[in-house]
Design a protein around this ligand. Sequence first.
Ligand code: GDP
Ligand code: MG
Length: 370
Amino acid sequence: PEAITVQELANRMAERGGEVVKTLMKMGVMATITQTIDADTAELVVEEFGHRAHRVSDEDIEVGLKREDEDETDLQARPPVITVMGHVDHGKTSLLDALRKSDVAGGEAGGITQHIGAYQVEVEGGQRLTFIDTPGHAAFTDMRARGATVTDVVILVVAADDGIMAQTVEAISHAKAAGVPIVVAINKIDKPGADPNRVMTELLQHNLVPESMGGDIICVPVSALSREGLPDLIESILLQAELLDLKANPGRPAEGTVIEARLEQGRGSVATVLVQRGTLRVGDIFVAGSESGRVRALINDRGERVEEAGPSVPVEVLGLTGTPDAGEDFVVVEDDARAREVASFRAERKKRAQQAATAKGRGSLEQMLS
Ligand code: GDP
Ligand code: MG
């Protein structure tokens, strides 16, 4: 190509856009980040940067993006985030459905609900719980692979008539690796062949010692079908959550994780985001993985438009430039320039990582401009 935008050139050199603008200015070229410059000018810029040892590292671009420090006095209790795991057909979906019907805030039980991959339930006493409802383990594994920690508690579902199976073992190791406490739901106790004691004995083989056997693993016999034991299960989860002393600061720009994302006809890219810190609002400018955008609308798990979403609240976000991946971070930033800078840098980094096998070193100008 004969020409390149300043931003694109900056990305390819892994430099900040602002630095390239400054360098151009010194060369007597007045160009904004979105403007196009010709190949000769680009070459001069590349030479200029080539003389410098300085290079913006991946870390630099991320500096200040997330605010890790929190003033203790800003922290407020937040609902626990729970993932249901277990072997296929042991009743994960049934249990999630049953738990969802325990909601006392949503009007009639079983009313029209939106599938957004996560939902929140308010139980008697006014406490709220957030459930991640992404089919299979894939989401959990993907998220862990990306270093995202979204779950506070894992409900391990084990069918009382089947016992511990391959995917149960897998789920146990995921939960252990993530350092997340496990509450065991021994499901299908309504069935004739149900044997909760056998399940508890099997748990021992995986170093999970049930409370009734002197350990610290809470096991709750339940039936997703008859709803027996559900209040006990909810109580056990709340107990675990209390021990974890879960808190977040709602009074700051939002940070969270993408739970699900897809391209929808007529709506554009839509992402379900779990807000983990701060409060997300309509109009906020954000980075989501290597995409960015401005929140056009927020939709809750009941399909209602909302103006904001606080810690542990899952919400659908409209207004993305593209579709991020599940498990990628979602961070509100101060302005559009910052959002695009981080997003395009990350996109470039992804591309570089993909090309790493073939490309050697920094590459020639021809490669950069091609
Ligand atoms: P998943 O694959 O873990 O999501 O399991 P499902 O929720 O799809 O349940 C698998 C099958 O077990 C379905 O036919 C359910 O109706 C049945 N099931 C789930 N929970 C119970 C239960 O508590 N009692 C009985 N009898 N059947 C159940
Ligand atoms: Mg299922």
